[in-house]
Design a protein around this ligand. Structure first.
Ligand code: ZN
Length: 549
């Protein structure tokens, strides 16, 4: 409290000295601090031992390139951002500057984009379109300028208005990309990993012409110690149309031990499918792993992915042509998961679990369940036959599909993890920690409600397992009855898989209606989690580690 008061006093004094306050309507110091406290600072560090000297030198260039990506994304969010940052620095508004840096702009991404420097709402199309452009004007331009329609809708152009007419400008002309491209070329020459060298060289060219296809293909072939993604990918920042891709970067070190384990899991896919608790006819041996999975530690992240909530996994590329040719790749970020576990997850289980269960929770059990959740998306029915016609589970379950699919992946994530422990792939995992960690993890998913697929899927599991006496209240905490655990999990897995195999929309709706609900019990526990940080604010140590700082 004291530091806050001093901060306010200091600000009052400096504000009095300057001639004009650049942000007279800004949110109070207290409310900005309160927003920051929800994101616990976390030092993200990874072991660089064993990295070749060429890769280390390349890494230094890649971190510099990623820092430019931060600047490019800042411009994509709001072309005024560089000016705003300068004004914040000059005015000495360090707390507001910190929130601005975390949010990449003046809107709080964790509070429905509430503005905290002035009262200006965020334009739905961020900085990708003229600020005052309406959807109607955009649609009209598509019709009236058919020759420009493809360019206006392209994921790699910004839209500007010139002489009253909308015009598409390619990213490589709209944004200062040359230096980032030059750094990628330098890194390509320095690395001793030919697969990385090829990707970086192609990606450097792509930044300069916005044709990412060849470099996306090369990314699928990365096989060395570094896992690097850099470029425009996700389209969520364009809330108007979801057309425009936002710049981002992930620079990661591959975790060889976990990656080997996943390779071992991949060899057991047929056993996992065979072990599903459903009739033989419903098993599906033709799917293969939906996408290769790598485990890595994040050394640096930049741009879109760093704004607001930190991701623990990404699945790229998004280009359907690449997915058709080579599939997609999932990268799980172990050190990010670990930081979230320590700072956001442990406080949750402390408030929810009975002492006996609490003793047993472990990061490995939590992380391995997440891994097997991802693997499990590739198990069970996919293409099915209903009423004599070939269809897919997704088409039949429609808007209920993602809830059922996420719930399935959670449940099979546990049953297949057990199967892999028994097969010796995760032999170092004590089984007791599975139950406790699984129960604790549920509250992380439902603490903000059950409106989206993950949360609703978790509510189904929690309520089903409470009904079966697997979880029960002991005093004001929850505990696990181990003896009931696997029979109940197999019963739930069977229900979900049969719904999928039969494309049974009615049963899916009935299951969600009965179990996918917020209950007074859940509400009571969630109440206790109000002060737990909702996510982390990464502090990357890589520049210290490389002697760049
Ligand atoms: Zn999932």
């Amino acid at each position: 409290m004291r530091t806050l008061l001093f901060g306010a006093l200091f600000m009052a004094l400096t504000a009095g000295c300057t001639h004009h306050d650049p942000f007279p309507d800004r949110a109070s110091e207290e409310s900005v601090s309160a927003a920051l406290i929800k994101l616990a600072p976390a030092r993200l560090h990874a072991d660089l031992d064993g990295l070749s000297s060429g890769d280390r030198q390349a890494l230094a260039k890649l971190v510099q390139a990623a820092e430019i990506i931060d600047e490019l994304f800042l411009l994509q969010v709001d072309p005024e951002n560089p000016r705003i940052r300068r004004d914040l620095q000059r005015a000495g508004l360090s707390t507001h500057l910190e929130l601005f840096t975390v949010m990449f702009g003046r809107w709080n991404r964790l509070a429905e984009n509430e503005p905290f420097l002035d009262h200006k709402p965020k334009p739905p199309g961020a900085g990708f379109y003229p600020e005052d452009m309406t959807r109607a004007e955009f649609e009209r331009a598509l019709k009236e300028q058919p020759e420009d329609a493809a360019a206006l809708k392209s994921e790699f152009t910004v839209v500007r208005r010139e002489h009253g007419k909308l015009k598409a400008i390619p990213y490589h002309q709209a944004y200062p990309v040359a230096e980032a491209a030059a750094l990628l070329s330098e890194a390509a020459r320095l690395t001793e990993d030919p697969s990385l060298g090829k990707y970086l060289e192609l990606r450097a060219q792509a930044l300069l012409n916005d044709d990412y296809f060849e470099s996306d293909l090369a990314w699928m072939d990365l096989s060395g110690d570094l896992e690097v993604v850099i470029g425009p990918y996700e389209v969520y920042e364009d809330g108007l149309n979801n057309y425009k891709a936002a710049y981002e970067a992930f620079i990661c070190r591959v975790d060889p031990k976990e990656s080997r384990r996943l390779a071992a899991v991949a060899e057991h896919l047929a056993d996992l499918e065979a072990g599903l608790p459903i009739p033989e006819a419903y098993k599906n041996f033709s799917r293969g792993m939906s996408s290769p999975i790598k485990v890595a530690d994040e050394l640096f992240a930049a741009g879109d992915t760093k704004a607001g909530i930190q991701t623990t996994a990404f699945n790229l590329p998004n280009d359907e042509r690449v997915r058709k040719a080579k599939g997609s790749k999932k990268v799980m970020l172990k050190n990010v998961a670990r930081a979230k576990y320590d700072l956001c997850w442990i406080p949750i289980v402390n408030a929810v679990l009975a002492p006996e269960a609490l003793k047993l929770v472990s990061f490995d059990a939590y992380f391995h369940h997440v891994l097997m959740h991802e693997v499990s998306h590739g198990l069970g029915p996919g293409i099915i036959v209903k009423d004599g016609r070939e269809t897919t589970v997704g088409k039949e379950l429609k808007e209920l599909y993602s809830t059922i699919e996420e719930c399935k992946a959670d449940v099979l994530g546990m049953t297949t993890l057990k199967q892999m422990i028994d097969a010796g792939v995760f032999s170092d995992e004590p089984e007791g920690s599975l139950y406790a960690s699984y129960l604790g993890g549920m509250f992380r998913s439902i603490r903000f409600g059950i409106d989206e697929a993950h949360g609703a899927g978790v509510a189904i599991q929690l309520n089903f397992l409470l009904e079966k006496g697997v979880f029960f209240e002991e005093g004001d905490r929850l505990n696990v009855e181990r003896r009931n655990f696997w029979p109940a999990m197999n019963e739930l897995a069977n229900k979900l898989l049969v719904i999928q195999a039969e494309g049974d929309y009615e049963s899916a709706a009935a299951l969600i209606d009965r179990y996918g609900r917020m209950t007074p019990l859940m509400q009571r526990y969630i109440e206790r989690l109000k002060d737990v940080p909702i996510d982390i604010r990464p502090i990357f140590t890589i520049k210290e580690q490389l002697g760049l700082e």
